[in-house]
Design a protein around this ligand. Structure first.
Ligand SMILES: Cc1cc2nc3c(=O)[nH]c(=O)nc-3n(C[C@H](O)[C@H](O)[C@H](O)COP(=O)(O)OP(=O)(O)OC[C@H]3O[C@@H](n4cnc5c(N)ncnc54)[C@H](O)[C@@H]3O)c2cc1C
Length: 297
């Protein structure tokens, strides 16, 4: 498969990048690590066409690479407040960070375990989000952590909670002239517990069948749950929270019976597009495992 023809643009600042998006609109695409975009462009140029661009529809004529903008791989930590993740911060950058390991273990664990080393070196967290895949591995942990995306254009700037970012499969709330400049992740309030679980179709490197990310913030050392976030991936048209299951934990100490009840409830909060019975079963199983693990983490 060959790449179709396009013009590569290399802005030196984010302002230049947004100006280019403003000029070219849907004829342009941002390039971060390229592990989704380049594959998709190749598919589009193949005889099968692509799920993203119909055969008659034109793909982008301009690809705007962000690698020429300095400082975008940054991880900036404000202790007790937020972690800022840049638009071309890779999974490997996150997995190599001691600060993330100590202060955001849920994100650290997710970034070091999924897919294969080549993808973790090239792929970015922001690219994973902007691609809009229902099975994106990093979006559920970002949702569980209450992350927000800072979205900019030449006209304006806004913040979008990650849980509202994807609107349908491979569709996001980004407008044609907007890009994600940063992910802002609030630091969980101590004491808290966490867990990241995923299962795939066959090998660990395959696309996720079910992703579960759990963050439990406790009111006290007795582990009464003050706030829970249970985020699911690959079991609905977009990554989402299991709100009913979360509400069952409110003000409670989780014991085996309650965890069992929640794991039964959570299956009904999914709407898988395929292999429905299996995905529901695995969601139940992984949520039970995640809640149990979060009590110990
Ligand atoms: C072999 C292989 C295995 C993979 N395994 C997994 C896996 O196990 N789990 C998983 O979740 N994914 C997997 N992926 C998909 C991919 O690697 C990830 O989604 C990755 O995080 C995408 O990041 P990227 O930087 O490469 O994005 P890119 O390909 O550069 O971009 C992806 C999309 O986001 C847009 N975009 C990127 N940055 C911005 C921005 N700042 N603002 C606006 N739009 C932007 C691009 O225009 C494009 O539409 C795999 C891919 C391959 C090829």
């Amino acid at each position: 498969m060959r790449l179709p023809r396009f013009e590569y643009l290399s802005p030196k600042t984010l302002e230049e990048a947004t100006a280019l998006l403003g000029t070219y609109g849907n004829q342009a695409k941002i390039l971060a690590g390229g592990t989704d975009l380049l594959v998709d462009l190749k598919k589009r140029s193949s005889i099968q066409g692509s799920r993203r661009w119909g055969k008659k529809e034109r793909g982008p004529c301009y690809v705007i690479g962000l690698k020429g903008v300095t400082g975008l791989t940054r991880l900036k930590y404000s202790p007790g407040e937020t972690l800022s993740v840049g638009p071309i911060t890779s999974y490997a950058d996150v997995a190599d960070s001691t600060i993330v390991k100590e202060s955001y273990p849920l994100l650290w664990q997710a970034c070091r375990t999924f897919s294969r080393p080549q993808i973790r070196s090239a792929g970015t967290l922001v690219g994973n989000l902007c691609n809009g895949s229902p099975s994106a591995d990093i979006v559920p942990p970002l949702i569980a952590l209450g992350a927000k995306a800072r979205v900019i254009s030449a006209r304006a700037e806004r913040e979008v909670p990650v849980e509202e970012f994807c609107s349908a499969p491979f569709t996001t709330v980004l407008k044609e002239d907007e890009l994600v400049a940063e992910l802002k992740i609030p630091q969980p309030a101590e004491p808290y517990g966490w867990s990241y679980q995923r299962t795939t179709k066959r090998t660990a490197e395959d696309e996720a069948l079910v992703v579960v990310a759990v963050l439990l913030e406790f009111a006290d050392r007795d582990k009464t749950v003050r706030r829970a976030r249970i985020a699911l991936g690959s079991v609905a048209p977009r990554p989402s929270r299991a709100l009913e299951s979360e509400s069952m934990t409110q003000g409670k100490k989780l014991d085996e019976a309650l965890i069992q009840k929640i794991s039964e409830t959570v299956a009904a909060e999914t709407s898988p597009r395929s292999r429905s019975d299996y995905r529901r079963l695995m969601t139940s199983y992984l949520v039970r495992k995640a809640l149990t693990e979060a009590l110990g983490n």
